[in-house]
Design a binder for this molecule. Structure first.
Ligand code: C2E
Ligand code: MG
Ligand code: MG
Length: 614
């Protein structure tokens, strides 16, 4: 190997400096060449410095496996240079081999070892000895470097693993946070759900117990929200609830909380209220916040709500009781008129319990066949004969007697039981009609059955009617379905479609309680109606009140102009009867002609003959 190539003087390319593993420090040029030549056979690069100072400069930039240091040098000798080398962190462990003449005394060697020399080599140099000594340190250096590299790799591996693990933990914590949020919030509105709201309420109660102060719960339920969902679709309903939650936020102070309990139920928690007088204004704010129309899917929607309020400590000690009482108060507000608020009163609880009991009794009553139908005759004023009967439900409640429908129909409607009960009434009336025909009553006798709005909403009314007609064998035109005006008006467009869809069955339709539901002439034209039943509130004073008389006359004229027949309900006096006949009312029904009676008495009733009309 070309020794000259391996040996680099200080002027050599600095890029090569990094490769030098042996630093040779000697002021004697010839000795340097000789040493370098001997070392060159090791195949390692050698960096040469001509003085201690130069060596120190090189050591500032490079790290060496071993330093060969001449002891005797002018200005700074090898001992001093070694001392300074040992003083530096970067090279305090680099092995130093002193190059010295044999003639130096032992004392120098001891100082040299004391300064960290690892070995001595004496001139004249024996190349094999030099190489053997240097090779030991080169090997040592190599091994140390390998160990260091392994150490670094291990460290970076540990770092990487730790980073992965940390990222995993962070993700896990984020997932946990998300789950916790989901478990405590309503997805649609982002408001606290019942669970979180109850926790907040419990905290507020604890706080109040310690420091005094009133806590109020305002419970809000939207009036007729189901109609929005049913007619405009679930998405519109959701959009309304979202918009609602935004408006509610504007009604409360920063420390108060709002929660959504599912469906159209919201609750507001008022913390630390100074006086009960401060609660009603918030409830009013809530109701007024709902007043401006909501624009959903480009359509204006008007919504109102019913609000119930309970207060700590007077209405309950714990969260559950307070929530239950606010709920009861809300129901009272809804029952009364909707769009209003009520404070809880102990009496309401009793009412709620009573109501629950009644619901259960009604369900059992239906199962145990305690419902029955009575029939009230309807007379044709043109010939005085019975034209038909109206089926009216009764509840024969054990230990109580006959309960009139006004005491329970609205509850059946609320709990949805009116649908099966209404179907039962339809079936029973049609079967009764068959029995009357078998007894010899005219086949053309009509039977009218009341149909609730809930049956309309159920979506299978037409099918039920068709099936019942077919099974009972009643002539379709003998069956008349009575639908109240308010049911039709609730959703005039949909109702008209449904009625038109049912005309194919051939049954007749009557508008019941006409005059109470604010329908307009325009609406009447839309419905395929055969009969209009004037509500008894107009008939009652028809003979004495000019306004009622004018109204009834107008209704009869208007209906006839549209090709619709008219029946007057609740006729109790001869004066009423005379008035109606004079105005060409087609039919009458009322206590004057006959009260509702059981089906098996109808034949005898009919046999009494026609009305005596002058
Ligand atoms: P409605 O359909 O308008 O029935 C007429 C009501 O007026 C009946 O009351 C009847 O007994 C009463 N009435 C008849 N003539 C007179 C009279 O001269 N004077 C007075 N003051 N009242 C008279 P009822 O039987 O108590 O029924 C009340 C309401 O309950 C019915 O009013 C109807 O809306 C509802 N209803 C009855 N049966 C059913 C049913 O099977 N299904 C549904 N959905 N509703 C029913
Ligand atoms: Mg009726
Ligand atoms: Mg009526």
């Amino acid at each position: 190997m070309d020794v000259a190539c391996r040996v680099k003087e200080m002027q050599a390319d600095p890029a090569q400096l990094g490769k030098a593993r042996i630093l040779l420090v000697d002021d004697d040029g010839r000795k340097r060449v000789a040493l370098a030549a001997a070392l060159g056979m090791l195949g390692e690069s050698v960096t040469i410095a001509g003085s201690g100072e130069e060596a120190l400069r090189i050591l500032l930039k490079e790290v060496f496996a071993v330093i060969l240091l001449d002891v005797k040098m002018p200005r700074m000798d090898g001992i001093e240079t070694a001392q300074l080398i040992r003083g530096r962190d970067s090279c305090k462990h680099t092995p130093i081999i002193f190059v010295s003449a044999y003639d130096q005394d032992e004392c120098d060697m001891l100082r040299g070892y004391a300064l960290g020399a690892v070995d001595f080599i004496f001139t004249p140099i024996v190349p094999e000895v030099l190489r053997a000594k240097v090779a030991v340190f080169l090997d040592l250096y190599e091994k140390t470097q390998t160990i260091k590299r392994y150490g670094q790799q291990l460290e970076s591996l540990v770092e990487q693993r730790t980073a992965d693990f940390k990222a995993e933990i962070a993700e896990h914590l984020r997932t946990q946070d998300r789950l916790r949020h989901l478990a405590h919030h309503d997805v649609l509105t982002g408001l606290p759900n019942r669970l979180l709201f109850t926790e907040k309420l419990q905290q507020a109660l604890d706080n109040s117990r310690r420091h005094g102060g009133i806590v109020a719960i305002i419970f809000l339920d939207l009036d007729r929200f189901k109609v929005v969902n049913d007619t405009m679709g679930r998405q519109a309903g959701d959009a309304l609830l979202k918009a609602m939650s935004i408006r509610l936020r504007s009604c409360v102070r920063p420390g108060d909380s709002i929660g959504r309990f599912g469906g159209d139920e919201f609750a507001i928690l008022l913390n630390d209220v100074a006086s009960t007088d401060d609660v009603a204004p918030v409830a009013l704010n809530v109701l007024s916040a709902l007043q401006p129309p909501f624009v959903i899917d480009g359509r204006m929607l008007f919504s109102t709500g019913s609000v119930g309020i309970s207060l700590y400590p007077e209405d309950g000690e714990d969260a559950d009781t307070l929530l239950k009482h606010a709920d009861i108060a809300m129901y009272r507000a809804k029952e009364q008129s909707g769009n209003s608020f009520r404070f809880y009163q102990a009496a309401m609880h009793a009412h709620a319990l009573q109501r629950l009991e009644l619901e259960t009794e009604l369900r059992l009553g239906f199962e145990r066949n305690q419902f029955l139908l009575h029939y009230q005759p309807q007379y044709d004023l043109r010939n005085g004969r019975i034209a038909g009967v109206e089926a009216l439900i009764r509840w024969d409640k054990p230990g109580v007697g006959m309960v009139p429908p006004l005491n329970f129909i609205s509850i059946l409607e609320e709990i949805g039981l009116i649908v099966p009960v209404g179907e039962w009434a339809l079936r029973t009336a049609c079967e009764q009609h068959r029995a009357w025909c078998a007894e010899g009553l005219p086949k053309a006798l009509r039977v009218a059955v009341n149909v609730s709005g809930r049956q309309f909403d159920s979506g299978h009314l037409a099918e039920t009617v068709l099936q019942t007609v077919q099974r009972s064998g009643i002539r379709a035109e003998c069956l008349e379905l009575e639908i109240t005006e308010s049911t039709l008006m609730k959703n005039a467009g949909l109702a008209a479609d449904q009625l038109r869809g049912m005309t194919a069955t051939g049954v007749r339709f009557a508008i019941d309680d006409f005059g109470t539901g604010y329908s307009s002439l325009n609406h009447l034209k839309k419905f395929p109606i055969d009969l209009l039943k004037i509500d008894q509130t107009f008939v009652r004073d028809v003979a004495i009140d000019m306004d009622d008389a004018a109204m009834v006359s107008a209704i009869i004229t208007m209906a006839h102009a549209l090709g619709i027949e008219v029946l007057a309900e609740g006729v109790e006096t001869l004066e009423q009867l005379d008035f109606l006949r004079a105005r060409h009312c087609d039919y009458v029904q009322g206590n004057l002609m006959g009260r509702p009676i059981p089906g098996d008495q109808i034949k005898a009733f009919c046999e009494k003959g026609p009305l005596l009309l002058q």
